[in-house]
Design a protein around this ligand. Sequence first.
Ligand code: GTP
Ligand code: MG
Length: 503
Amino acid sequence: MASSFAVCRWTQIFVRRPGGETRTGREICSHQLPLQRENAPQGTHVVVEFANRESVASLLEEAAIPSISHEAVVPFKSRLLSLKKLGSLDSPNQQSGQQCKPQTSIPINELIKRLSREESIDQQVTSLTETYQLTEENSRLRFLVCSLLQDIAAAYFPECTIKPFGSSVNGFGKLGCDLDMILDLDGISGRKAKTPKGGLSLEYNLKRANSERAVTQSILSVIGECLDQFGPGCVGVQKILNARCPLLRFAHQPSGFQCDLTANNRVAIKSTELLYLYGELDPRVRFLVFTVRCWARAHGITSSIPGAWITNFSLTVMVLFFLQKRSPAIIPTLDHLKNLAGPADKSVIEGNDCTFVSDFSKIQLQSNTETLEQLLREFFEFYASFAFNKMSINIRKGKEQNKPEVTPLHIQNPFETSLNISKNVNATQLDRFVALCQESSWLLQQSETNTPSLHSKGGSPTPWGLATLLLPSQVGGIKSRKKRRLEPASVRIKSLLESLKKS
Ligand code: GTP
Ligand code: MG
């Protein structure tokens, strides 16, 4: 099986208590999860979702601390349980043979084969998105991991919440993407003092620190320690406290998620909400973002390792900007969304105006009927000739602006408008992006690329359309556009086949 974690049934299970009372829960039963270490435990994992807290509490009452003779254990009771005696599960509705849904993305060469069987580029784009997007089970698992970590953090801050943000919840998440989380202490620190009565007010006695940043750093530091020492399944905890946005990075082994935990990062929550809103306004937004993200990853334009690469967040903003620039525009500017906002939408975070409308029904879209194929081709053309040297990408205005600084790529942070979200990108990476856009735009104009494959060799259809754009050796870097123009179609098709064989 290609994936190491696949949900194989979603049904009703019954957990029988000794007293005879039956508890029900919805079950996601999975094969083994992606494991970060060779010696990690193997086996089937089940996520059981209960309708109420009491049911969970009654289940936990049944759980025992394991008695391991040769090892010591930290007696921290988490909701990650091991079922030792399978006989205690009475599962009358158990269905075997139900379709497994993969929980990790398929390898790129598999995707290329899948796309090559589609009949239009629009279908290829849709198929790519459906293959890679998060499944409902995977999304639920992400919320579950947040709540398990919240249990640990609650040892210090009982009123805290841990919420997912970023691609886990903004609609652009790909199977296998990291789990970004925010530790929210607003329930505690955001509580305003009541107007004093009779000149007296009651205040908590709190320890003071030099700055908000220092507070965030010390909170994350102790929680990092706690996860490292007591967090079941949390391994490789790194404290990255000196970053612009301090964070903890670790792997959560049972779920297989790579996790980033931040605190006091409310602007990122607003960015997540904004991206979600844009993704919901028109289905073409998500399709195009998924396709461009996948294309970028296939060519090493983006990477999971931090560096001078364009990030997925920047790439998403570039797609949104492009869609704002269509005529008629497919999505509105952020300024327009701000103008539509009601009083309840007002949000100012650390002096940054993060206000935008939350009621989708107030947003009137213009009538644009461009197909996904047209948009994909135009996207590459747009950025192949964009004046990156002079202009900044700005989704607030929906228009390019003069660049305020001399970084190769300038994409204005939608909310912290004095910041550039792509400051890390160097000239080499930008040049690669532009060259790949030129090459991809050119490839999409060629009739051989545009025609669905009719022939298949050894069961593998010949790559065409979007599939061609994802072939690592086909696009970018290896041959100049000029040189490629001179090659006869037969040579290009041969090289396509060879590269597919290698991948
Ligand atoms: P993947 O994890 O690559 O799938 O995408 P992601 O959107 O989750 O990106 P990432 O994990 O890098 O960042 C998580 C979220 O943090 C993003 O969705 C943004 O909301 C926010 N974010 C990331 N980079 C920046 C940045 O440079 N500036 C700001 N303001 N927010 C950022
Ligand atoms: Mg992320």
